[in-house]
Write a protein of this length. Structure first.
Length: 130
């Protein structure tokens, strides 16, 4: 098996271990938020792309972000542990920040399918909440 595949498996195992540790520590809310953050962001992006209250420029950025996440190549390849996923997370956070500032925190909150804690994190990063 190639080295990159081992590294990918190790990163996935570490992620799964962290989620299981949260579950074992009776922190189901945090475990659910961590396990579902990326899928929740994907659902949020889809919903925001169809919302007429979101301005055109942030919609274009969202569409480009979704396309970037789906492409098999990245600025930093995903098989590089931590850094590979970090560039995706940073870009997603910046795009969501622009969307929150353009459409408003209420629109993003209306479409957010995840936990309230994860939404607070997104809005805090966008400086939409203190």
């Amino acid at each position: 098996m190639p080295t990159w595949a081992w590294l990918l498996l190790a990163a996935l195992a570490l992620y799964a271990a962290f989620v299981l540790a949260l579950l074992a520590a009776s922190r189901r809310e945090e475990a659910r938020a961590l396990a579902g953050f990326v899928p929740d962001c994907a659902i949020l992006c889809r919903r925001l792309l169809h919302d007429p209250r979101v301005p055109r420029a942030p919609k274009l950025a969202l569409a480009a972000m979704v396309a970037y996440l789906l492409l098999p190549f990245d600025l930093v390849p995903d098989f590089i542990p931590i850094a590979g996923q970090l560039d995706d997370a940073v870009l997603l956070a910046l795009v969501l920040r622009w969307v929150v500032r353009g459409a408003g925190a209420a629109v993003v909150a209306e479409h957010w399918p995840g936990t309230a804690g994860a939404l607070r994190l997104i809005l805090k990063f966008a400086r939409a909440v203190p």
